[in-house]
Design a protein around this ligand. Structure first.
Ligand code: FES
Length: 191
């Protein structure tokens, strides 16, 4: 009979990065520990209150999450409005997570992963890098300012870099929100 093409997962070869789940066109692949629903629920929770004032950081467990930790233990200050969602690899960060987070009103989104060559799943971050173009196209379509989205490579020892990026984003968000208020005031006076 006719056989449909389908992918099968060979557990022994699976490295757990989740790139396949993020790329799967039919949404048939789900990761055991980080299902779409679980990541989505974390994003929703992070943006539950005041989403427009939040910097959402989706961080790779192996590098940038460690970088955030290094910053934290070294008592570096990072923005209080930063909310962190941890994934196993940036390869797992589906475009639809970003789309939904902006639909929920997220002020800023940072995706941070291992430097090229350092990804624990070899090419997960490479997939993420390629996905950036699609994400940026989606932002244009939605009319979301490109500066509200940032993709960075930050290792576990680069706490300083993490702190710098997060702070820059928080400051930019402040500016965005400040100009929004101005616009609202102006339109009020013209009414
Ligand atoms: Fe960090 Fe892939 S494991 S980006």
């Amino acid at each position: 009979g006719k056989q449909k093409k389908r992918s099968t997962l060979t557990s022994a070869l699976c490295k757990g990065c989740g790139t396949c789940a993020a790329e799967c066109p039919t949404v048939a692949i789900e990761m055991k520990h980080f299902t779409d629903a679980q990541i989505q629920a974390q994003i929703d929770a992070a943006l539950k209150e005041d989403p427009e004032n939040k910097v959402l950081g989706i961080l790779c467990n192996w590098c940038s999450y460690g970088g955030a930790d290094t910053a934290g233990t070294a008592r570096m200050q990072y923005p209080t409005n930063l909310r962190i969602v941890r994934v196993m690899c940036t390869g797992r960060v589906d475009k639809k997570f970003i789309e939904r987070a902006f639909d929920l009103g997220a002020g800023m989104i940072l995706i941070a992963g291992c430097h090229q060559g350092d990804c624990h799943y070899i090419s997960g971050n490479h997939h993420m890098a390629k996905r950036e173009k699609l994400i940026r196209r989606m932002l244009d379509k939605k009319g979301v300012n490109q500066d509200r989205f940032r993709l960075e490579w930050i290792s576990a020892s680069e706490g300083v870099k993490f702190q710098m990026v997060a702070t820059e984003m928080a400051e930019k968000l402040d500016k965005f929100n400040a100009t929004k208020v101005e616009v609202a005031e102006v339109s009020e006076t013209t009414n």
